[in-house]
Design a protein. Structure first.
Lengths: 54, 238
């Protein structure tokens, strides 16, 4: 901080914000794909008529 | 969402990630630093689009809740569950991004400011509804209760938006392309569409997951157990 109402530096906060965003969005997307594949691998009796719901 | 296949969702996610990459590159390396906040302002390019899309996800959830109550179709229950979960993820991310922005600009990671407080209430309200769904075994009751709860929780969304206007808030007024310099427009817009496409993809995939799980719950009993009372199976799939 310069003490004049202007913020100097702060790139570490910028990288942190973008890093958290990437981790959360990609992590959630990956978990979703994994859960979906897990459920799709179940017997057809349980998973077969999904298109009726969708 | 009828006929939507995962490949469409994956394509939307890919487009969203490409846009996010381009918008973030522009915001980090091309756009100028803001006069007073300097480089820290670059967090805006990911924070503001996250806020817009989180509110959009909850608004979609609100619409799904109404549609489920009026139409009774299971597809709206699946979409409601999906939109709420994606909305919670985005709004929790929003709080984390805001904390990282607050530290260098306000000097604290968190403040019980009206905007921050109402946003935290929103996260916990919808996370609570998702938790409630896991405790209710009957799909019909679960759908109805969570739809009603989602409608009640949605009341907080306009409160979040107007909180900076109604109360003396530490948080600045809402940002939009109309209120920021033209030098900052493009990364903001590109990232907004990037998260939008990604959000649609995530809701589509999560809705499909909810539908598959619901299908398992509503499936008729195995032949050996046929004749039991159970749920109506295909008859319940409206």
């Amino acid at each position: 901080m310069s003490g004049m109402g202007v913020i100097e530096g702060g790139w570490e906060f910028v990288w942190t914000a973008y890093g958290i965003s990437a981790a959360v969005l990609l992590g959630y997307a990956a978990s979703l794909v994994r859960r979906l594949r897990s459920v799709q691998a179940r017997p057809l009796r349980e998973a077969g008529r999904a298109s009726d719901v969708l | 969402m009828r006929g939507t296949r995962p490949v469409t969702a994956y394509a939307l996610a890919a487009v969203g990630l490409l846009l996010l990459g381009a918008g973030s590159f522009w915001g980090l390396f091309v756009a100028p630093a803001e006069t007073y906040m300097g480089d820290v302002q670059r967090i805006m390019y990911v924070h503001v689009p996250t806020a817009w899309n989180a509110m959009l996800a909850f608004t979609f959830a609100f619409g799904c809740a109404l549609a489920f109550l009026f139409q009774g179709s299971w597809k709206w229950d699946c979409r409601l569950e999906a939109a709420m979960e994606v909305g919670v993820v985005l709004s929790a991310l929003l709080c984390a991004q805001g904390a990282v922005w607050a530290k260098p600009t306000w000097g604290v990671w968190w403040d019980w400011d009206p905007r921050l407080t109402t946003t935290a209430v929103l996260v916990f309200a919808f996370a609570g509804i998702l938790a409630l769904r896991t405790f209710v075994d009957d799909p019909a009751r679960r759908g109805t209760w969570s739809a009603v709860a989602a409608i009640v929780a949605y009341i907080d969304v306009p409160i979040v938006y107007f909180s900076v206007k109604w109360w003396n808030s530490l948080h600045q007024q809402p940002s939009s392309p109309a209120t920021v310099s033209s030098a900052f427009h493009w990364p903001l817009r590109i990232n907004a569409f990037g998260i939008l496409f990604l959000m649609i993809a995530l809701i589509t995939l999560r809705s499909r997951l909810a539908a598959l799980r619901l299908q398992g719950e509503l499936a008729p009993p195995l032949p050996a157990a046929a004749g039991g009372s159970g749920l109506a199976g295909a008859g319940a799939m409206r």
